[in-house]
Design a protein around this ligand. Structure first.
Ligand code: IPM
Ligand code: MG
Length: 370
């Protein structure tokens, strides 16, 4: 029987609550569909710091590297605001991205029809919205050196971060964007700040050259990242695939997420390059929302982004396409029935907690999969 190794890192805040709902879906898949998922679980973020003083242990890093895929919840919270920078909760996530070489972050922003009214934009602007943000995840200002605060000795300090991109990094993320565009509406918009940044000039050149050399069938447009942000809230449906760097991708994906009604809805996949021998990619799947410490432990968090992240895992790591489609359909159907967590609650709907939402999706998933 196929063995599929999943490493679970629920993390902090609402992470564990959301992950618990995914566990139920995995158990069902194993039982009813013989998917052979084998689970192991580790610590990341604040809980890892509390347990052993680092944001992720060497042992858990080794397990993440060995697994077929990692499912990640969320990290951080006010409890750890004062811990040293090197071991802050976010450092665990950044290390996983870097050491697993997960350079391609896919962040779909899909507006479920039932949620168009929950968006901060007019429903007609977001109804049917389906954007894919492809964010470069292991380079740029997040990891560039030097990265430090130096003492200038005159009572002043200087904070330094370095934005740096090499040709190969831009080429490979552009390649991912163009390939994915071919499976969608075949359009890519590349965003940078070439009017201010040298890395933006290079980004623009390399994306243009990659397009010309290998992907000229795809429609390519360039936009300055600030204008891109503006267009995202003005006319979001003009976009199909957006490709951008680590920092702009961080910001633009939060903007895109909010268009869909709630940050609690959006999944993401972080992928490495396919292995030359096996064709397998390292991968980590995580909701775009954070740890939401204000509502953690109350049983009211929306588990949809976590469940949808698992759907991406089924699709991208295990090629279980029918199961992924069905799980996404189950989410849409439950929303159509008017079942809502507090963050997406609307008039005339039924408000439920995390467990009820998870179980409603599982019941729907079972019905569709039977
Ligand atoms: C994200 C988050 C992370 C990031 C934080 C938690 C380090 O905002 O995944 O978007 O900035 O990349
Ligand atoms: Mg972010």
């Amino acid at each position: 029987m196929t063995v599929r190794n999943l490493f679970l890192l629920p993390g902090d805040g609402i992470g564990p609550e959301a992950m618990a709902e995914v566990r139920k879906i995995i158990a069902y898949l194993n039982e009813a569909k013989g998917t052979g998922f084998v689970l192991d679980e580790g610590l990341v973020g604040g809980v890892a710091y509390d347990a052993h003083g680092s944001a992720v242990s060497e042992e858990d890093m080794a397990k993440a590297l060995a697994a077929d895929a990692v499912l990640f919840g969320a990290v951080g919270g006010p409890k750890w605001d004062a811990v040293p920078y090197e071991v802050r909760p976010e450092a665990g996530l950044l290390r996983l991205r870097k050491d697993l070489k997960l350079f391609a972050n896919l962040r779909p922003a899909i507006c479920y029809p039932a949620l168009a009214a929950a968006s901060s934009l007019k429903p007609e602007l977001v109804e049917g919205l389906d954007i894919l943000i492809v964010r470069e995840l292991t380079g740029g200002v997040y990891f560039g050196e030097p990265k430090e605060i130096i003492d200038l000795g005159n009572g002043q300090k200087r904070g330094i971060d370095t934005q740096v991109y090499d040709t190969y990094e831009i080429e490979r993320i552009a390649g991912v964007a163009f390939e994915l565009a071919r499976t969608r509406q075949n359009r890519v918009c590349s965003m940078e700040k070439r009017n201010v940044m040298k890395s933006g000039v290079l980004w623009n050149q390399v994306v243009t050259e990659t397009h010309k050399a290998k992907y000229s069938d795809v429609q390519l447009e360039h936009m300055l990242a600030d204008a891109g942000g503006m267009q995202l809230v003005r006319q979001p449906k003009q976009f199909d695939v957006i490709v951008t760097d680590n920092l702009f991708g961080d910001m633009l994906s939060d903007v895109a997420a909010m268009l869909t009604g709630s940050l609690g809805m959006l999944p993401s996949a972080s992928l490495g390059a396919p292995d030359a021998k096996t064709g397998k990619r390292k991968a980590l799947y995580e909701p775009v929302h954070g740890s939401a410490p204000d509502i953690a432990g109350k049983g009211i968090a929306n588990p949809i982004a976590m469940i949808a992240s698992f759907a991406m895992c089924l699709r991208y790591s295990f090629n279980l396409v029918t199961e992924a489609d069905n799980l996404e359909k189950a989410i849409a159907n439950v929303l159509d029935k008017g079942i809502r967590t507090g963050d997406i609650m609307a008039e005339g709907c039924k408000q439920v907690g995390t467990v009820e939402m998870g179980e409603a999706i599982l019941a729907e998933f079972k019905a569709i999969s039977a």
